[in-house]
Design a binder for this molecule. Sequence first.
Ligand code: IDP
Length: 144
Amino acid sequence: FWLKFYEEVRKLEQTLVIIKPDGVRRKLVGKIIQRFEERGLIIKKMQQKTLEQPLIREHYAHLKDKPFFDELVDYMTSGPAIVIILEQKNVIQIVRKMIGATNASEAEPGTIRGDFAIGTPENVVHASDSLESAEIEIRRFFSI
Ligand code: IDP
């Protein structure tokens, strides 16, 4: 029993999700969280906070040379966001599929962006895209 239990627990993965300021402003928090719960994903931590500029500049450092970088930083720091750690088997890939493509025009209906987003940078949610970035982002946004 214990060996099986240990093996099941070991397979669990965690990802970092952010309901971005437009999602909070538009009161979509309940609907978005409901989707994750209905899918069977476990909320390990959840906190509302207004994200600080240096944190967001670090988080989006890979985009710092893009023409929309300043607009992106202003948007992400424009009001309260909800940061969430979700846990489940294969949760990183599952949540990336659930949020849909970055650009609203390419996001499939049924995905969070496909149902709620109209453009960029305001695309409602963020989710980690790999095991490596999930670990970094969980530490970054929860300082653990
Ligand atoms: P992701 O959020 O789907 O992982 P990234 O390419 O890492 O996609 O982009 C990060 C965020 O930057 C996007 O979620 C969006 O808010 C913003 N963004 C991406 N491309 C554009 C753009 O062409 N114009 C404005 N904002 C953009």
